[in-house]
Design a binder for this molecule. Sequence first.
Ligand code: F3S
Length: 394
Amino acid sequence: MFLTREEEGMLAGREGRATEKAMQILVALGKIYDAKRLVKVSSVQVSGVSYKNLGDAGLEFLDELADDGRARVRTTLNPAGMSLTDWEAQGIDRKFADKQLSVIDAYRRLGVEISCTCTPYLAGNEPRFGQHVAWGESSAVAYANSVIGARTNREGGPSALAASLTGRTPLYGLHLTKNRVPTFAVDVDALLASPEDFSAMGYFTGKLVKDGIPIFRGVRRANLEELKTLSAALASSGGVAMFHIEGLTPEYDLGGEMVESVLFAQNDLEETRASLNDEGTPDFVAVGCPHCSLTEVAELAELLDGRKVRREFWVCCSREVKRQSDNAGYSALIEGSGAKFATDTCMVVAPVEELGFRVVATNSAKACHYLRNAGLRVRFMPLEECVAEATRSP
Ligand code: F3S
């Protein structure tokens, strides 16, 4: 793989040990994927933040890098395993909290913005069409490639961090136009009336497409919240890093030879929704996977105004959206009902199973997928039903 003189210097350790290590990771990746060279990136989103997933080995790795490593491009952070300020109210134990705060401290020393959100594009890190980035949160990756038209592979924690410390990533995969063409057509003949319907369609499609690139045909409109949850669902039941919607997303007309096509009909939508519902009465309601937009927070404020929640209810969103919600007066209405904001974290990366909950109601197919994997039972329902469930008398 071709390296510039500056990149050779990084690899030879002339810019410190962390940069040397980062360059070794990128060169190894480049060789595996036959990249001809590295490409500069304009931003990085780092995943692998929750101590629940990192453990002590991950914390040590970060600490070592933070000795002399510094982010060279804007770098934002995925959610952590707890709220960084209100973790006690969330029921998180001190041992976990101390470890999680050490992880955050290492990222801070590395020059990473402690944004703790999976929707960086709603919190100031929004790339432009055609820009190369290195993002490491699967839902944000699918959103960036598909909705914004930025270019990123699905980075893991170490490769995203390596891109941050060098400002570069190997030029392969979705950084190249030829790899962004649709490979699988989904003909939609179902009524998509809400974000939850898009979430279910993504869940259905991800299972079939795996890591291919689907193009949805017959979808006439989709708003930000629908595209956000579609991105997340496609990337959870499958490994989809990019999708197109005919007539709507910026690169839908790249051409390409479709290898397969499938129909997504009304009964597929209903069966997928049903498949995400287990037995049991929810003892925990959580919305905001991916993190809520301000529009979703406003809708929640309207639904919860003057009502009281009767079971634990988390509204997961970024600090930035929470700040906007405070200013708009939505937070007071939400918190007045007894619901809690879960900023910096979410119902999946927080150790929810250790908090004693058994059945979780949520409006996200992605959250259902991972919560089930963690041994919890799930109920998939639209946002209004989540509120009705949370406020219902026991
Ligand atoms: Fe975000 Fe957590 Fe869902 S990181 S996409 S809210 S699993």
